[in-house]
Design a protein around this ligand. Structure first.
Ligand code: 13P
Length: 340
């Protein structure tokens, strides 16, 4: 393993002014997004949609890397260049989702563990040969009546740590993603307590597996009220609680933190990141790895029509530009009103 190279790639993924586009929706998830805009979930439609995003003019100014799905890593632009090669040529690092999704945990109702370790070493070697230089594994922790259990947190943390060690062995930077969901009616205080326990356990297991912390990117949830909470905490409270929680658990050796958007609106996810980046100095770079918060407007502008590609690209570029500003603490809500 070349540690310097892992650290270099991890740093490039979160370098100031840029962040990650999560375009790694599984075939099932992208079908749900396409259903909403009445687009059929065919392989060609998935390819065309991803091409729209990756070829948006100037996207590399704000996007440092793209998380791809297995199918997408094997697909090409209309011009016949593989997406991974196309992105690399633009200076955008291609990455790959390697987990196999979540499965219910026996004996733990309403809790899930993430699958995908079987055969992972061989898959990572292939992904590297196809151009991927980082990977993603998402663990999911739900908050509810009596959950999460200690066993659910420990199981998912151990899986994340073993995945991370296998990635580094294959010279691939692991994105370590323990997502505490914002579904439900819980308070921000409850989210903070659970996120505290999850991050403490994840870093304990990463150290136990001797993961090289300088060569990972953490992808956490923000500390935020549940979507259905009666009184939702303010944007400043979200920024303060998230930073407080991260400072308790994330060693400064970790080069960067790239948040997931997790169901926040595009503007909310951008504002929260910006507020955090206005509070300095911080021991790590704070960036984004958004799926929905970079794509929602672009998807509806596209609607599956070739003629709408330019306007969908403009919507995507607007989000990428505003998220880029948020990594610098230079975003203003007034910018939302500007035309895409
Ligand atoms: P969202 O930003 O839509 O939560 O997606 C990010 C992601 O990659 C979740 O695994």
């Amino acid at each position: 393993m070349n540690r310097n190279e892992l650290a270099r790639v991890a740093h490039a993924m979160v370098a100031t002014g840029r962040g990650l586009l999560a375009a790694d929706e599984s075939t099932g998830t992208i079908k749900k997004r396409f259903d909403k805009i009445k687009v059929e979930g065919t392989e060609e439609n998935r390819r065309a949609y991803r091409e729209l995003l990756f070829t948006a003019p100037g996207m590399a100014e704000h996007i440092s890397g793209v998380i791809l799905y297995d199918e997408t890593l094997r697909q090409s632009t209309k011009g016949g260049e593989r997406f991974a090669d196309f992105l690399t040529r633009l200076g955008v690092v291609p990455g790959i989702k390697v987990d196999a999704g979540t499965k219910p945990m026996p004996n733990f109702p309403n809790e899930v563990a993430t699958e995908g370790l079987d055969g992972l070493a061989a898959r990572l070697a292939e992904y590297y040969s196809l151009g991927a230089r980082f990977a993603k594994w998402r663990a999911v922790i739900d908050i509810g009546d009596g959950i999460p259990s200690r066993t659910c947190i420990e199981t998912n943390a151990e899986l994340l740590a073993r995945y991370a060690a296998l990635c580094q062995e294959a010279q691939i930077v692991p994105i370590v993603e323990p997502e505490v969901l914002m579904d439900g009616g819980h308070s921000i205080e409850r989210c903070e307590a659970v996120t505290d326990e999850v991050l403490a356990t994840v870093f304990d297991r990463l150290l136990a597996q001797r993961v090289y912390l300088e060569g990972i990117v953490l992808k956490p949830n923000m500390v935020i009220s549940g979507q259905k909470a009666a009184n939702r905490a303010s944007a400043q409270q979200v920024a303060d609680a998230t930073l407080r929680c991260l400072k308790r658990h994330v060693p400064p050796a970790v080069p960067g933190i790239a948040f997931l958007s997790g169901g926040q609106s595009e503007a909310e996810a951008t504002l929260h990141l910006d507020l955090m980046n206005r509070t300095g100095p911080l021991p790590w770079l704070l960036s984004f790895s958004y799926g929905r918060a970079l794509q929602a407007s672009a998807l509806s502008a596209w609607g599956g029509a070739a003629a709408s590609v330019p306007s969908a690209q403009r919507e995507f570029l607007k989000r990428a530009r505003l998220c880029g500003l948020a990594t610098l603490g230079r975003y203003e809500s007034a910018l939302e009103k500007q035309a895409a």
